[in-house]
Write a protein that binds this ligand. Structure first.
Ligand SMILES: NC(=O)c1ccc[n+]([C@@H]2O[C@H](COP(=O)([O-])OP(=O)(O)OC[C@H]3O[C@@H](n4cnc5c(N)ncnc54)[C@H](OP(=O)(O)O)[C@@H]3O)[C@@H](O)[C@H]2O)c1
Length: 237
C-alpha cells in the first residue's frame, strides 16, 4: 500500500503515466503529475481527483526541471514516463531530429533523476522508461533504440550511485496508448494486429499492464537496478 506516500509522475497526463497515477491513488498515494500541455494536465486531473497536484513542465529544459523539484518538496517515488518519440530510416533522418529524440527521452530523464534524487526519501525509488527497441533491433528505430539503451544503462548505474534509493527501468513493448493518436485509426489497428500476431501473448499491451509493473517496482524494496520487460515477450522473438 502507498498510504502517506507521495509519488511524482512526470508524463502523468497521458497513457502509462496517467494509468500509473490512477493505480497509485487507488493504493492510497498522493500524486503529483507533470507534463507540457496545460490542457492534458487539466483533463488528467479531472480523472484523478482531489489528491492530485499538476504542474506544467518541459523536461528538455534543465532550468524548468530544477524549479519543478523546488515546488514538489520532498517525496517518496519518482516515475518518469515523459517522452515524445519518433522513428525513421537511418539515412533519411535529419540529424536534428535524432538529437531531439535524445533531448526529449534521454536528457529529460537524466535531468529528472539529477534534480529529483535529492528530494527523494532514502526508502524511495526512481522508475525510468526504456523500450523494447533497445533489446530487439527494428528497422526505423536506430536512434530510439540507442536512446532507450542509454536510459537503461543510466538507470542501472544510478541504482549503485544513488543507493539506498532504488532505481529501476521499465521496458515496454508495443502498448496501445495516445502516443500513436496521430496515426490513422485503420493503420494503427492493422499495426497492432500484425504485432499481436507475432507475440507469444497474441495481443499488444495496455497502459494498465505497464502501470502494474511500475507499482510493483515502487513497492518491492528488494528490487533495484532491474530492467523489467513488459512487452508480451517481444524482446525474445
Ligand atoms: N506506447 C508504447 O508503445 C511504448 C513503447 C515503448 C516505450 N514506451 C515508453 O513508455 C513511456 C510512456 O509512453 P506512453 O505510451 O504512455 O506515451 P503518451 O501516452 O504519449 O504519454 C507521454 C507523456 O509524456 C509527456 N511528455 C512528452 N514529452 C514531454 C516533455 N518534454 N516534458 C514533459 N512531459 C512530456 C506527455 O504530455 P505533454 O504532451 O503534455 O507533454 C504525456 O503525458 C515513454 O517513455 C515511451 O517512450 C511506450
Amino acid at each position: 500500500m502507498l498510504q502517506n506516500q507521495k509519488v511524482v509522475i512526470i508524463g502523468g497526463s497521458s497513457g502509462i503515466g496517467l494509468e500509473t497515477a490512477k493505480q497509485a491513488i487507488a493504493l492510497g498515494a498522493e500524486v503529483i503529475i507533470a507534463s507540457r500541455s496545460e490542457d492534458k494536465l487539466q483533463k488528467a486531473k479531472e480523472q484523478l481527483g482531489a489528491k492530485t497536484a499538476a504542474y506544467t513542465l518541459d523536461t528538455t529544459d534543465e532550468q524548468q526541471v530544477q524549479s519543478f523539484f523546488e515546488k514538489t518538496g520532498t517525496f517518496d517515488h519518482l516515475v518518469v514516463s515523459a517522452a515524445e518519440t519518433s522513428g525513421g530510416s537511418f539515412l533519411h533522418t535529419e540529424t536534428a531530429q535524432a538529437r531531439q529524440l535524445f533531448e526529449n527521452k534521454f536528457w529529460g530523464q537524466y535531468y529528472a533523476a539529477k534534480y529529483g534524487a535529492p528530494k527523494l526519501s532514502p526508502n524511495g525509488s526512481i522508475t525510468l522508461f526504456s523500450g523494447v527497441v533497445a533489446y530487439k533491433a527494428m528497422i526505423g528505430s536506430s536512434v530510439l533504440g540507442a536512446v532507450n539503451a542509454a536510459v537503461s544503462n543510466l538507470g542501472q548505474t544510478l541504482a549503485l550511485e544513488l543507493a539506498p534509493i532504488r532505481v529501476n527501468i521499465v521496458s515496454p513493448g508495443i502498448i496501445d496508448t495516445p502516443s500513436r493518436s496521430k496515426m490513422p485509426e485503420g493503420a494503427r489497428n492493422d499495426y497492432y494486429a500484425s504485432v499481436a500476431d507475432k507475440l507469444p501473448v497474441k495481443r499488444v499491451g495496455k497502459a494498465e499492464d505497464v502501470a502494474q509493473s511500475v507499482l510493483y517496482l515502487i513497492q518491492n524494496g528488494f528490487v533495484t537496478g532491474s530492467v523489467l520487460h513488459v512487452d508480451g515477450g517481444h524482446h525474445i522473438i
